[in-house]
Design a protein around this ligand. Structure first.
Ligand SMILES: Cc1cc2nc3c(=O)[nH]c(=O)nc-3n(C[C@H](O)[C@H](O)[C@H](O)COP(=O)(O)OP(=O)(O)OC[C@H]3O[C@@H](n4cnc5c(N)ncnc54)[C@H](O)[C@@H]3O)c2cc1C
Length: 471
């Protein structure tokens, strides 16, 4: 039987995996391969939390393959050289993979495909992670969208979920050898990620388990609850989606099977959130400069404050003196995750009150989120900063205190992550500096004043915005 390499990348699952399925359909013995090549990701090599997740996800994929009589071949170095070495070693006649969309790896993959074909090797790529690839949806003029609603309206008219495919219980064995997972050095040497794994189960089984838990629980009332950080009101599927342990169309297929009069609105609301993920990939593909540069070039003149390493560190460590901001950044550090509403609040405080460049925040998230995703993270930060597509206008400045009173009205989220404030009366937990005596008495270690006063920060941000001349 002929051999084909199946090059796993961000599609770390067996079921509904178009590249693996294509190799099987063509009658090849699939040799599953993962190549560790962070240096090929440009300035955006995966951060620490992503690597910790990847370590476990690869271990899970290998275990799933071994349970079927196959195994994951692990290598590191130059992707093309490693593929060519494995082709030589195994006699493979074909290489299959699912596409990635990041600016650094797209040209690499195109070159690999071209050069493999020139050598007479069949090279085939598939869509393994999006309902709509970035070029599938276009404006009437044939260009990219910059506004979500028309993008999504158009996209939904084209929605076609692929038919499910199932990988057989036994896969043909192969003899290709590789390195050990530990040789990649992905797992932290100091176990700062210890607490993560109380919250997460990386891998395909963990993804489907998370989806089942969501359908049985938070899906009911999702539209109202998704903004409330004090409870599990969302699916927590983002890292599983990022690593391709589950495909969005698998989620949608299951949700379509759960439809009922009482659930329709929540299901539609959820699918719309998946739409934001699709939109972010659309944007990243068409505006590949945006991980580092404003999508809206008018913001290039904006006067950010001088970079302030101490203030940035206080923000990163959850020591700003604004409880909801500190709670979010502490949740992030402890779990590798932060609730979406709180992501918006902490990002707004950094970009607007502190006037530190959104890139600083994006970098921190990149290193600390288990779901760090170049498309979603870039869009999220530029949206909050007001510099991106369909963005919140810069002059609309979130007040973190009123945000916390609205979305965490019992301060449960704040108290969970900033427990030193638990002894304060409820009202004081939102803005403790307004109750200096209570704060000094009950939480003397907590900052007595906000890092940046909310009124002053807001005024300075608006003044800087006016200074650009287009306020
Ligand atoms: C500043 C900032 C940075 C962000 N960085 C990332 C990131 O690096 N990776 C990431 O996956 N998401 C990012 N997001 C989007 C969002 O916060 C997360 O996708 C969401 O919190 C994940 O939790 P969940 O899976 O429970 O979401 P759910 O509410 O259950 O949503 C389901 C899925 O829809 C997608 N989704 C939901 N909201 C958004 C959104 N606003 N933008 C894009 N996709 C969305 C995600 O894939 C998510 O898993 C960021 C948002 C902001 C404001």
């Amino acid at each position: 039987m002929s051999v084909a390499l199946v090059w796993f990348r961000r599609d770390l699952r067996l079921q509904d995996n178009p590249a693996l399925q294509a190799a099987l359909d063509a009658g090849h013995v699939p040799v599953p391969v993962y190549i560790h090549a962070p240096h090929e990701e440009g300035d955006w090599a995966p951060g620490g939390a992503s690597n910790a997740w990847l370590h476990r996800s690869l271990a899970a994929l290998d275990a799933d393959l071994r349970a079927r009589g196959s195994a994951l071949v692990l290598c590191q170095g130059d992707s093309q050289a490693e593929l060519e070495r494995l082709i030589e070693q195994t006699g493979a006649v074909a290489v299959y993979w699912n596409r990635k969309y990041e600016p650094a790896t797209q040209p690499r993959d195109a070159k690999i495909k071209r050069e493999l074909r020139e050598k007479g090797i069949e090279a085939e790529s598939h869509n393994g992670s999006l309902m709509f690839e970035p070029w599938d949806v276009a404006t009437q003029q044939g260009g990219p969208y910059k506004v979500f609603t028309p993008f999504w309206r158009n996209a939904l008219t084209r929605l076609q979920l692929p038919a499910p495919t199932r990988v057989p219980d036994r896969l043909p064995a192969h003899t290709a050898g590789g390195e050990t997972l530990d040789a990649f050095g992905l797992a932290p040497s100091i176990p700062w990620d210890r607490q993560f794994w109380d919250h997460w189960q990386p891998g395909e089984a963990g993804a489907h388990e998370a989806l089942t838990v969501f359908i049985d629980g938070a899906l009911n009332g999702y539209r109202e609850q998704r903004d409330l950080p004090d409870r599990v009101g969302t699916s927590l599927l983002s890292p599983h989606l990022h690593f391709g342990e589950i495909a969005p169309w698998q989620i949608v297929r299951r949700l379509q099977g759960e439809r009922s009069a009482s659930r329709d609105a929540d299901i539609d609301g959820y699918i719309r959130e998946l739409g934001w993920r699709e939109f972010s990939y659309h944007l990243l593909h068409h505006f590949p400069q945006t991980p580092d540069h404003n999508l809206n070039p008018r913001f290039d003149q904006f006067q950010w404050a001088k970079p302030d390493a101490d203030a940035l560190r206080a923000w990163q460590q959850g020591r700003t003196g604004i409880p909801i901001v500190d709670a979010g950044l502490r949740e992030l550090w402890a779990t590798g995750y932060m609730h979406n509403r709180v992501r918006m609040i902490v990002a707004s405080y950094l970009c607007k009150h502190m006037r530190q460049h959104w890139r600083e925040g994006a970098r921190w998230f990149w290193d600390t989120l288990v779901d760090a995703d170049l498309a979603n993270n870039t869009m999220g930060w530029q949206w909050v900063a007001g510099t991106g597509a369909d963005a919140a206008p810069y002059f609309r400045i979130f007040n973190p205190v009123t945000q916390s009173q609205k979305f965490d009205p019992q301060a449960r989220y704040i108290t969970r992550w900033v427990p030193e404030l638990a002894a304060l009366p409820l009202k004081a937990r939102f803005a403790p500096w307004q109750s200096p005596q209570l704060l000094a008495e009950h939480a003397p270690a907590y900052p007595a004043l906000p890092l940046v006063d909310l009124g002053e920060g807001r005024d300075a941000a608006l003044a800087a915005y006016r200074h650009t001349g287009w306020a």
